[in-house]
Design a protein around this ligand. Structure first.
Ligand code: OAD
Length: 239
């Protein structure tokens, strides 16, 4: 594969936004592709606070299914390429992810903002205590807090809730010189507005996706293909 993208100088502020497409090659479902999670489930029934209030067992079935899939998954070359980019840039690199699988950190990424939370943590809706999902008894239909007996919920940002880390995201976007977007349909706000924002603040914008997403016109450079093929190739040009 021959790609052409200008080198990234050390000291350049680089921000990467990732979505479900970056974990597709790890065997995890995306949401809106054919056969994606939102074809199998209605998000109103499994990914809102109201849904949890109405039917916490159904919500937990959805997240246990995703947790089981995650148990079979490991990082792929796209995750590792981003680790190498961070290793080369150090403090001027930030990774913002909409993914809740924790595969970026498992690969070795350090400066990660998990704006939609993580499958790897739960918390008690009554007392707020946090638990590592790996330590929770998931045999119960609705897992319980070992402290107060309240219901646990996954530490996921559901529709209608405020994403995590938005202050840090804004600070990062203000200063970023290069904004790279990988494997997201760009349809869910507020993440969908980061690309136009970064571009309007003067960043060079680079997109990588299997298909051109609806916001493709905001990219200065767009590379079509699998993230696990494209990112390692671009990395050779960048650093
Ligand atoms: P989507 O399912 O909306 O989009 C996945 C994107 O990845 C699509 O644009 C695909 O073309 C692309 N893609 C698939 N396989 C790829 C590959 N191997 N390499 C590169 N690109 C690939 O997922 P997201 O954009 O992440 O939120 O969805 C955003 C949010 O919507 C999620 O965080 C989730 C969902 O509802 C919540 O659950 C709150």
């Amino acid at each position: 594969m021959s790609l052409n993208s200008a080198p990234i100088q050390k000291g350049t502020r680089v921000t990467v936004l990732t979505g479900a497409g970056v974990s597709a090659e790890s065997g995890l479902f995306t949401f809106r592709d054919n056969g994606g999670l939102w074809e199998q489930y209605r998000f109103e029934e499994v990914a809102t606070p109201d849904a949890f209030g109405r039917d916490p067992r159904l919500v937990w079935r959805f997240y246990k299914f995703r947790w089981e899939n995650l148990g079979k998954a490991s990082p792929n070359p796209a995750h590792y390429a981003l680790v190498k980019l961070e290793a080369s840039l150090g403090d001027t690199f930030t990774l913002i992810t909409q993914n809740v699988d924790g595969l970026h950190q498992e690969a070795g990424s350090r400066n990660v903002i998990e704006m939609h939370g993580t499958l790897r943590r739960c918390y008690c809706v009554r007392c707020g205590q946090q638990f590592r999902t790996a330590k929770v008894n998931l045999h119960r239909e609705v897992p319980r807090c070992t402290g107060c007996g309240g219901s646990l919920r996954p530490d996921i940002v559901w529709f209608g809730e405020m994403p995590f880390g938005l202050e840090a995201v804004n600070e990062t976007l203000e200063h970023t010189r290069i904004f790279i977007v990988v494997g997201t349909s760009g349809t869910v706000y507020p993440a969908a507005q980061f690309l136009p924002l970064a571009r309007s603040l003067g960043a060079r914008t680079i997109g990588i996706n299997l298909e051109p997403p609806q916001n493709v016109s905001w990219f200065d450079e767009f590379y079509r293909g699998r993230a696990g093929d494209i990112l390692p190739e671009l990395l050779k040009q960048w650093i």
